[in-house]
Design a protein around this ligand. Sequence first.
Ligand code: IPM
Ligand code: SF4
Length: 468
Amino acid sequence: MAKPRTLYDKIWDDHVVDQQDDGTCLLYIDRHLVHEVTSPQAFEGLRMTGRQVRQPHKTLAVVDHNVPTSDRSHGIEDPEAATQVAALAQNAKDFGVEYYNELDTRQGIVHVVGPEQGFTLPGMTIVCGDSHTSTHGAFGSLAHGIGTSEVEHVLATQTLIQKKARNMRVTVDGQLPAGVTAKDIILAIIGEIGTAGGTGHVIEYAGEAIRSLSMEGRMTICNMSIEGGARAGMVAPDEKTYAYLKGRPKAPQGEAWEAAVRYWDSLRTDEGAFFDTEIRLDAANLPPIVTWGTSPEDVVSIAGVVPNPDDIPDENKRRSKWRALEYMGLTPGTKITDIALDRVFIGSCTNGRIEDLREVAKVVEGKRVAESVDAMIVPGSGIVKMQAEAEGLDRIFKAAGFDWREPGCSMCLAMNADRLAPHERCASTSNRNFEGRQGFKGRTHLVSPAMAAAAAIAGRFVDIRTFG
Ligand SMILES: CC(C)[C@H](C(=O)O)[C@@H](O)C(=O)O
Ligand code: SF4
């Protein structure tokens, strides 16, 4: 009998082109996503060596990081952003790569666009010069970020040099309580394993709570695998995956679809397959979570208080957590629900999809954003924006006092004009709360879309389980 294999083992085995004695492999890459920040030198490298893009139709380029989220119909004002956007447009043209510019309805955050177009499919190897490429693993693909020199390598050869990672399984049993979401699951996992917990591993998420999630929820989980240190995250494909993909512009059709589904159905971890590391969590015990520090592992329940670093035995860690509190302007013992906010950001490749916006609309309908809060909603793509507007969500947001913007990364990383002023405190649905991430000296608290929405209304954190 063949050795039982994990989902990761199977996709890996199906893509190995060559294996050296030391385990170094050449891996075939099915899909390559490209954005404006990490691609210019890669294309320049091709130009200098007189090379072509080997498989242009397996490459898709889109601008997302530094485009403004205000009206773009009259061009991009910021000279640096304008230069980078123009460079991607030119590179895509010169190398024959499909490109969604800032005015294209299909434009958006690269990790929202791939699945939306059916460019992301189960069983594929997917790369992008961006750490949150792990998002695409929600479809049962092996998807991870690469560096700019690797971007050049993939453009030129459609392959990547890789060593196999270890297998890790995170099983989330049970059912989520009302008000608790995929975002809370992944924050809880990172809180549990720490930001280095997944180092050297590819994580497969399994269990009843994961199966119950929509594709959007699974993407939120896989997206933040990188914050847990893992190389990639994945969820085995199932009927929900197929239902999401069927009929998407780039998904296979007719007989090709049937054949694809037959293959995708084989992409399950075999009974008895070996995992180097296993973690188990019970969804029923999870509260809505808020981060209090400058690392995604600094998590606490909405019902809790800011922790006291003096309780940490390790001196280095103790010091770093004190520094985080100082940066965040917080005092141990403060109730999380007593923390007031200046800004709310709803968007990003973690939580900028249609389902996230529907959740927000449910919470804010008929209410008003607190006087003291400046709140913005940035759809993950033009398609998300269009759908939200077709459903009338934008009217609910605007009536409540939210700023409704054009798609892009926006204040997730503040590469455009959307940023926090020093010391401004923000509830954010994004994935990183590092120092300065949303603007110099800005203070970021990571939360779910529902929690961010409720915080916008209340002007401080509130427990979504009792908010109404
Ligand atoms: C700009 C890009 C390289 C970066 C990444 O790789 O993740 C960005 O998307 C981020 O989220 O910090
Ligand atoms: S939305 Fe944020 S995390 Fe996602 S790709 Fe853009 S900058 Fe990176």
